[in-house]
Design a protein around this ligand. Structure first.
Ligand code: V07
Length: 261
């Protein structure tokens, strides 16, 4: 009955952003949301602007969505900011992207510290330029005691490479006797991945109309709900994020009522 009432309420959705935020907060938010922030280049092209202008606009959206995720009480937000494949892009674009973490943190880190957000990173740190890594390490250090939202950037991240490295590490630990091959199960294997200390995402959002995973968190997304939108990342607003979370909550409600099972 309570479920039915909640569905009725959602279908007759309260319209202001404030009401929607309050309602979403009262209905069980996903603990971990992952986002593939696609469409920045296309956004710029549509405006006859250079691709980097799209990346810069996309960075502003990261700020807004981080604030909203924190307000909603979401536990972790993982953002795919740069893939291992992205090095193949033109040098000027890669150089520009590699200074975005510094720009982002230069203006936003004090707010993250104050708002209890903890910055984390997954991906291959070694290949990042020293100036990029320095800014990120400082943010991780300055926010390590924070207990609110975990803002996890996937930077120079690739899921297949992550899995291969985990397998190599498992083999090494078996050879050295730290691990017994028979005790390797899904939970034990997960602890060898870059996301070892995190729960798997409950919800994956991908913007810009592409319906694929592009080598993102292949293992971790095994049971995740997917939500795709045609909206380009620089146009992705609070309303869009709420729509995704509301869709997730509606699916959970139906699942809770065992409908369709
Ligand atoms: C990047 C903006 C968002 C759209 C996707 C591509 C461009 C924020 C960061 C960032 C990363 C680490 C960190 C703090 C901020 C970022 C890259 C690209 C490479 F600790 N946005 N953003 N990094 N874009």
């Amino acid at each position: 009955m309570l479920n039915k009432l909640k569905i009725w309420k959602t279908q007759n959705a309260p319209s202001t952003l404030r009401d929607r935020i309050d309602f979403v907060k009262s209905s069980g938010v996903p603990a971990h949301i992952a986002i593939i922030m696609d469409g920045n280049g296309r956004w710029a092209k549509k405006r006859a602007m250079p691709r980097v202008a799209g990346h810069h606009e996309g960075m502003k959206v990261v700020r807004r969505i981080t604030r909203l995720a924190n307000e909603l009480g979401i536990g972790a937000l993982t953002l795919y900011a740069f893939s291992t494949e992205n090095w193949k892009r033109p040098k000027n674009e890669v150089d520009y992207l590699m200074q975005l973490p510094e720009e982002f943190l230069g203006s936003f880190l004090p707010e993250l510290v104050k708002e209890n957000v903890r910055v984390q990173m997954i991906g291959y740190k070694e290949k990042l330029p020293p100036h990029t890594l320095k800014a990120i390490n400082r943010a991780i250090e300055d926010t390590k005691e924070n207990t609110g939202l975990v803002l996890n950037f996937a930077l120079n991240y690739g899921s297949r490479a992550e899995i291969i490295d985990a397998v190599k590490h498992v083999l090494k630990d078996c050879q050295s006797g730290i691990l017994n091959a028979n005790s390797l199960d899904e939970e034990a294997f997960s602890s060898y991945l870059m996301t070892s200390k995190m729960a798997d995402p409950d919800l994956l959002i991908r913007t810009s109309g592409e319906i694929r995973l592009s080598n993102f968190m292949l293992w971790q997304l095994a049971y995740t709900e997917f939500w795709f939108t045609n909206v380009l990342w620089p146009d992705f607003g609070e309303e869009d994020f709420l729509e995704a979370v509301e869709a997730y909550q509606n699916r959970q409600r139906r699942f809770g009522g065992l409908e369709g099972s």
